[in-house]
Structure formats: C-alpha cells, structure tokens
Design a protein around this ligand. Sequence first.
Ligand code: TRP
Ligand code: ZN
Length: 877
Amino acid sequence: MKTDTAPDKVNKTWLKDYQQPDYGIRHTRLEFELSPQKTKVLARLQIGLAPDRAEGEPLILDGEGLELVAVRIDGQALAEDQYEVTDTQLIIPRVPVSFTLETEVFINPAGNTALSGLYMSNGMFCTQCEAEGFRHITYYMDRPDVLSTYDVRIEAEKAANPVLLANGNPVQSGDLPESDERPGWHFAEWSDPHPKPCYLFALVAGDLAHVEDQFQTKSGRDVTLRVFVQPENVGKCDYTLDALKRSMAWDEETFGREYDLDIFMIVAVDHFNFGAMENKGLNIFNSAYVLASPETATDMDYELIEGIVAHEYFHNWSGNRVTCRDWFQLCLKEGFTVFRDQEFSADQRSRPVQRIKDVRRLWQSQFPEDAGPLAHPVRPESYITIDNFYTATVYNKGAELVRMMKTLVGADDFRRATDIYFDRHDGEAATVDDFVICMEEASGRDLGQFRRWYSDAGTPEISVTDNWDNGNYTLTLTQKTAPTPGQPEKPARHIPVKLALVGTDGPLTDEELIELEGEAKTLTFSGLPEKPVPSLCRGFSAPVRLKQALDVADRLTLIQSDTDPFNRWSQAHLLAQDLIKSFAGQGKIDQPEEAVFAYANALGVILQDETLEPAFKAEILRVPTESDIVRSVEIIDPEAIGTARKTFRSILLKQLRPLLMQAWEANRTAPPYSPAAEQAGQRGLKNTALALLMAEPDDEVMSLIQKQIETADNMTDEAAAVSLAAFADRPEREQILAGFYAKWQHETLVVNKWLAWQALSGLPGALAEIQRLMAHEAFDLRNPNKVRALIGAFAMENPGTFHLADGSGYAFFFDRIRELDPVNPQVAARLLTATENWRRLEPGRRGKLSEKLKALCATEGLSKNVYEMAERLADGE
Ligand code: TRP
Ligand code: ZN
C-alpha cells in the first residue's frame, strides 16, 4: 500500500535525525502589500553561518505555494543558475558567511482555505503559522530553533483595512502618498524586540473595533490590553478582557512571570483551525473563545474562554520566551501550559470540580488514543506532518506528567525548578529533557525512570489485590502497560500513587504518597478497626487505569465516605458505567436493578448534602454518555449500549424524580446573570437534573422545558432546554428547534450550537437530518467551527447514529472527509480520529469501517495530513 503512493507522502521526520541549523537569522524585516488575491511579501533576512559550521554549506529555505519574483544577496539580484526552487524549498548553493538575503514573493490569501499561513476570514487578513504555516508566507528557515527579532511593515487599502497589526510594539503608521495603483492606502510598522521562531509571527488587517484596558505589572510596566473583533461584536469582549487581566496577575503571583511588551492584543476570527494561538503580543483566537454575552454564551463557553485566554497568555513564557527546539518537544510548551491553565482555572473556580473536569477530558480523548492505533508517546519519535500530533496525548497527558513531577518533588521545589527553567532557557529553544533536568536540580531527585513517561506510549494499568486478616491489611499494586504501535516492551514506570484507607465512616488513615517504581509493591497496615476500602490515586495522582475488584458496597463506601472529592466522583461515575455495561450484557454486576436502587440512594444523599457545592453535585449526577460507555467496553455494540443507558436512566429517574424536581426548582438563579463559578454551578445542577428528568419526556417535564425556554434570560438555560428537546422524541421538537433558529439565525456561534444539537440526536432519522443540514444556509464546509459542530459532533459523540448497522453513517462520513480534504486537510485529518476505536466494534460494523479506512488509504491525491492518519488507523489491515 505504501509503495503505490506518492513517495513524499511517506517521508517521515525523525527525532533521532535532529541537527542544529547551519545558519541563523539575526534579524527579519518583512514588508507586506496586502491584496486579497495577490499580496506581495518582501523579506529581508540577516543571515549568518552558525558558529561551529564550516563555510560552504548551502542555504536551504522552506517555502510552499509562493510565486517567487526576486532573490537578492547583499543587494545583488541572483541569476537563475545561482539558486534552485522546488515545490517546498529555495536552495542557494553558495552564500557568504554573513549576508542579507532579500526575497520577493506573491501569495494568494483569498485562495487559502487550509487556513495555514496568511488567509482571509470574513474580509479580514489574518495568519496562522504554527506549526509550519510561515513557509506559506515567505521563504524562511521554518523551524522553531531559528530565533530572530522582527520588524514588520504592512501596507493596505485604508477603507477596507483601517486596522493593521503585527507582533511587538507599534513603531509608526500613516497614509501612503496617493497613486493610481494604490489609491487610499496606508501603512503601519511594528517591531518585536524579543527573538522568536517564525511560528509565532502574526499579522492582522481589517475593519475591526476594539475594547481596551490597562494592566500594570508587578515591576511597574504599563501595558495596554486590546481585544479586536468585528464591529458588531464589540459588546461581547468584556469577559475576555477580564480573564486576561486575571491571567496576568495570576502568572505573576504563581510563577513570578511578568509581561514584557507595552501592548497585548487578542484578535477574534471566525475561521480558525484550532482554539487560539499564542503569537507574541498578538494572540489570534477562534471567535468562539472570545465572544460572550449572557444571552448568547453558555456558562461552559465562559469557562472555556477563561481557560483559553489564560492558556495563550501563559504561553508568553512557556512557549515564547522559552520555546521548543524541534516539534518533537511540543509537549514542553503544550503540556506545561495546559498544566498552568488548569491550575489557574482551579484557583479561579472550584479546585475539586476543575480536577474532575480535567480528568473527564483525559478519559474522553487521551485514554482512547493511548489504547488504539493512534497511540504515540507524549514526545513522539516521528511524524509525516506535525499537525497530526496536536493531540490529547501531547496536551493533556503532557500536563499530567508535569503534575506528577510536582507531586514527586513537592510544591516548593517545583516552583524553584520552574524559576531555574525560565531563567536558564530564556530566549532559547529548549527540550523536554532541559525541563526535567531543572526538576532534578531543584529537588535533588533522580527522574531517570520518570522520563519513560515521555518516551513510552500507553496507559499503565495498576492491578490491586488485598488481604484482610484480623486488623492486618496488605495491599499489593502491580503495574503493566499493554504494547502500543512500534513499542512491544513496556518497562515499569515511576508512578506516584496517593492513597488512604477508607472505612464506613470515613478515612482510617491519613493520605500518603506511595511511589511505585518496580513492577509491584506491597504495603502492610495494622491495627485497623474494620476491613478498609483502599482509596487509590486520590486526586488522580497519575494517569493510569486502576484495576480494582471493588464490589458495589465497596464503591458505595468510597462514594459516601471518602474525603477525596475526586475519588468520590470517579467511583460514582465508574459504578454508573459498570451498571450500564451490565444492562448491556458486558458488566460484572449480577443484579444491576438492585444496585441502581442503592446507587440512586447514594446520589439522593449527596443531592441533599448542604456541605457539597452544586457544581460537584452536578458532576456526580451526570449520567455517563453513550460515548463514555463505548470507550469502556471491550466489544462495541452501539444499539445495546443505547438501550442499556435508557434502562439505567429510567430506573434512576424513578428513584430520584422528586429530588430532581426539587433540584430544578431550588437552583434557579436570581438575576443578574453572572458567569462566575457559584451561579454557574447552580445552573449546572439544575440543568443536569432536567437532563435526567428528560429520561421520560412526559407532558409534565416538557412543560418545564417550555417554561425554561420562555423565561430564560441567559443562553445557558435556553441552550439546556432546547438541546434536551432536540434529543427527545416529542411532537414539540420541530417547533422548538425552528423557533430557536429563527431567533438566533444572525448569531453564528449560537447557530453552531443548534447545528451540534441536531448532530447529536439519537432519534430515528437523525442521519437524514444531518444530511439535510449540510445544505442549510447555516452550514459552510470552509468554516471549521461549523464542520466540527455538525460532522465532528456526529462522528465523535453520537455513536448510535455514526455506527448505524447498515454502514450509512460511515458512508456519509467518508464522503465528507474526501470533500473536506482538498479544502482544509488539517481539519479533515482530525475528524478521522472518530474512527480510532474501529477494532473494538462488533464484527459487522468493524468490517464495514475497516473497508472504508483501507479504501481511503489507497486513494490517490490525498493530503499528507489525511494520508498519515488513514495509514496509522488502518495499519496492519
Ligand atoms: N499553540 C496553539 C495552542 O496553544 C495551538 C494551535 C493553534 C495550533 N493553531 C494551530 C496547532 C494550528 C496546529 C495548527 O493551543
Ligand atoms: Zn498551547
């Protein structure tokens, strides 16, 4: 299969082949003449041979899709035989030791639907350069270990582009002399004094409005903060600005990190491949993570905005001031920065609830990745395109590794280590190992074995056995990691396990930290008053799977009597999951109905516990989704799972109905709306109660839905009610959905929610509805948010419809992949992760899906992105 595909498709880049660059770029000057179809880019690069290199190395620059019009060295135009241009490079065989290189190219931003490089979104110019987008703008050494200062000049038509932005501080701006070719043009110049790799370059031009504020840093620097949006959205930026100020203060307080320019800007764009981008001084955001008003954004949206604003801001140090040597070190900035934003959110909101949400996310996306054909180490060893490695493993497992090191060395040494790291590597491109070395130096500990977490893929499984003998208790932990692609052997890892022993009335021991380093470890305890239940990996102290033979009574003990909120939640979630699996014929619980009664009683006690916060109650009340169950079973039969989950919810509802009604009533929040944690938690509980009430959508519950839709003064409540109606087989459904669209059709982010609810429906006819929506005016294949809302939600979170037994869901999906690949390969490739569990499907579906993957793999003319994903997914078949 590999041989009959174009060879450039299988060209892999390897970590082991890393070499320092032959040349460095001291300074970069860029001049842009912006025009939608034909933008001119002049680059003037001050280049020098690297100190330890011999003269005579060719200069090789990356560049793709560029129309080259001139090349000059020290002002002298090169003759055609003095350089070579390929599809991906500009090669100059002979260059001086130190020189100025000038290139002039033309590019076509309006034709750039891949949204990598310079492109247009709703008439504005914007850029996305990470990871390898800069090569679509000009010829350059497009690699993160080449750091340069930048001066940027932008020229553009003033009426269409009154605002001209780039990284750094503003230098000057003004009108250009009138001319026939360029009537009414103006210019702006920006200068960024901090050396940076080109993936952090950014430029924005367009008709934008902004909101503004000030921040004074700890050492007295006055910083102007601006959030730029399309003029109609200027009323939706306050929360973003507020989150930014809180992030700046937090990073000073928690990590001693200050901002380092006179201005910090955020720009919202509607077309964006990811969440946001940390370009130096000029963050560019997916508008979904900037724009919020109580009427149009949910509590969840606000929470995401807060977390992503913080994440991108924190990159100013973890990513920008200290960057990555090569893309294999991606987790150095991403894992660390996710850890930092998680800690920020924990401090802004509820720490226990934040931990639950972060682990839920890890379980949803990282554990399945680590257990399937796409498994890769947190620091991968090879790639065809790095775009495919912006994964839950690099981001979320990467964050867990930082968290484990903090647990192992302690909070004080951890902070000393990060100080050493930022200080030592400021202005450099560093490696994961550099970071770990700082942890070792600050703590005096040897993290040699711990490093395996970076190089070895797969989730370790810890089996737990115990023995109770008359007051004496022994506990044995044994670790094992299953093979992953390319890694058959998995040596033992260094695993921090926080544990306590719990009895019927609460913990019997203090929490202690155990370090599992060998294959197994046995612990003994004596003088215990009763046989304990072990509470392991408290706070989720390590990203492992626990294989613990707890019966229902043991689990209920932990749910009711443990003092670790994370384990209370996780035991409740896992018990619910086991119960649903048992109804589907794949669980270990013999009398699941009886057990649901007991489980419901425990939930009832929690619901009535005045000491617990509503947000925690909401998390514990949330019934595992069909996707959660799909992820946890050995053999996936989506119909059986759907039916089992319905059964479980009905029984639970029978037990809890009055309490749920009461929770719905009692947690209605009084105006004015606030997105802060407390109110959001109440709404979360109320709407989770409503979701469970909708297990039986009778007239009484439907009247609550109608009432909530009519009276809601915020999108959280409105969205909760309308989405529940969208999932219900009720006559009101059509009219509720139509009413919502009519009301919100001019708010594109709200319309995306409406698309997603229909994509998530498990009702008969759901696939036909999704197909119809493809042709709806609200859908646009060129807008990644809309693709994710409709096709992403359907494929990733609607197993009943995606896995329809006749294969029609697969056929629809693969047609969309083929349609999207030429438009936006990054987004198309990412959608394919929806198929990563195909090997676990029951045989009928498995055959159908693997056929589709094989056929895709053998298709001529695929992008590198989709080819690489299809090949890894289908590997071995
Ligand atoms: N560095 C960005 C972040 O922190 C990720 C990102 C933004 C990205 N845009 C991208 C990654 C495009 C790959 C392609 O979240
Ligand atoms: Zn990031």
